[in-house]
Write a protein that binds this ligand. Structure first.
Ligand code: SF4
Length: 393
């Protein structure tokens, strides 16, 4: 991707149907619902998206992230046909269209391996390694099945990244989790437990913002001590931000949701949400019936933009890292990783705290001269490596 190109992700809830019953799943009440988005609805959505982005001066990469439920429970033909329709509908924009999938990787056969290898552009696998929360309907832990299937992906030479959800139950195994990915030479995102589908769903494995911060700081230290480079998100992104912070005359970056939103979530019924507000009753409208241009300009979308901007003004404008960090974590991040002050403004516990920890460690390691603030390594060569990696969602 070139520097002046941008990317937008559409996280598509293909169907809520799933063979697992992960105890923290925010789709939990709907996991038995087999209803899937219809091919005709996808066609309408593609037309709306293509019409919108073809008017942009700069090319925009459009990444469809197929999500669920378990997206691989759909027959492979569902995806092969929709990939063909994308080519027809997007026309000149088709080379900019990518498809990713986020799977629990419990259902794999030769046809699905073929689909992952030749159909999707990137594969994300959800596996927590410890904690026993990713179970099937009988309560059996899925981890051994997923590990077997990861071997099959490796045998088939299919690259993948992983997402591990951080909970109170796998927090004590952080070092083992890091070492697993280090030995496998696989990138991963450590994703703190997100809001559930109902009250008390997370009882027994909840995690506080302070615990998440501590875990992220430990990951920073594992990364710095490691001989091999493990692409662990969001740590490498935060390291890039600190390097930017100390790079003379670096162009500041600010998240501009009004100019261009970077992630939309499309529910099975076509309702579109910003990532921060998914399912909170703040739908921008329905992309199966309404053009994307109308949704973007619509009252509901303008309201969530104003809310995100207010959060950034209240919190990020006070932050020493604003401009190196774009403010995205406060604008769009999961707000439960933060705390609120007496005025109701967010205290950006996790992102700001992790940045401060990296800054301290970089000074201790001499990567940043603690006296002069000068960088002692070439920020470009450092930043290229992590930026090349991307894990879906
Ligand atoms: S670290 Fe947090 S408060 Fe600072 S700019 Fe980033 S999101 Fe905003």
């Amino acid at each position: 991707m070139f520097e002046d190109e941008t990317m937008v992700q559409f996280v598509i809830k293909t169907s809520k149907f799933c063979n697992l019953r992960c105890r923290y799943c925010y789709e939990y009440p709907e996991l038995g619902n087999r209803q899937a988005i219809l091919p005709e609805q996808l066609d309408v959505m593609y037309h709306h998206i293509a019409n919108y982005y073809q008017n942009f001066d700069q090319p925009t990469y459009i990444d469809f992230v197929w999500h669920g439920g378990e997206p691989l429970l759909q027959k492979p033909d569902f995806y092969w046909k929709t990939f063909e329709r994308q080519k027809e509908i997007f026309g000149e924009l088709a080379p900019y269209v990518k498809n990713s999938v986020q799977t629990n990787l419990t259902v794999l056969n030769p046809e699905r391996i073929n689909l992952l290898k030749y159909g999707f552009d990137s594969v994300g696998v959800s596996i927590d390694l410890f904690g026993g929360l990713r179970v099937d309907q009988s309560g059996t832990d899925s981890v051994s099945t997923v590990l077997d299937n990861l071997d099959k992906l490796r045998d088939a030479q299919i690259p993948y990244g992983c997402i591990t959800v951080l909970t109170q139950l796998n927090l004590p195994y952080l070092k083992e989790i890091y070492q697993f990915y280090e030995q496998m030479n696989v990138s991963f995102r450590l994703l703190p437990l997100f809001k559930g589908a109902f009250d008390n769903q997370h009882q027994g494995f909840e995690i506080t913002a302070q615990e998440v911060l501590k875990a992220f700081c430990q990951l920073v230290d594992f990364w710095l001590e490691s001989e091999d480079i493990v692409m662990v998100k969001p740590i490498v992104e935060h390291m890039e931000q600190i390097l930017r912070h100390y790079t003379p005359h670096a162009q500041p970056i600010f998240y501009d949701k009004r100019e261009q939103e970077s992630v939309y979530l499309v529910n099975t019924n076509g309702e579109v949400y910003s990532y921060a507000d998914a399912y909170e009753g703040l739908s921008h409208g329905n992309i199966f019936t309404t053009s994307l241009a109308e949704l973007v300009a619509g009252e509901a979308h303008q309201k969530v933009i104003e809310q995100a901007e207010s959060r950034m003004v209240a919190t990020c404008s006070q932050c020493p890292y604003f401009g190196s960090c774009s403010g995205y974590p406060v604008a769009e991040g999961s707000l439960e990783y933060n705390e609120f002050d007496e005025t109701g403004a967010i205290r950006c516990i996790v992102s700001q705290g992790t940045l401060a920890h990296i800054e301290k460690r970089f000074k201790q390691a001499g990567i940043i001269n603690p006296e002069t603030g000068e960088l002692t390594l070439d920020p470009i060569s450092f930043s290229k490596t992590p930026a090349a990696l991307d894990c879906p969602v």
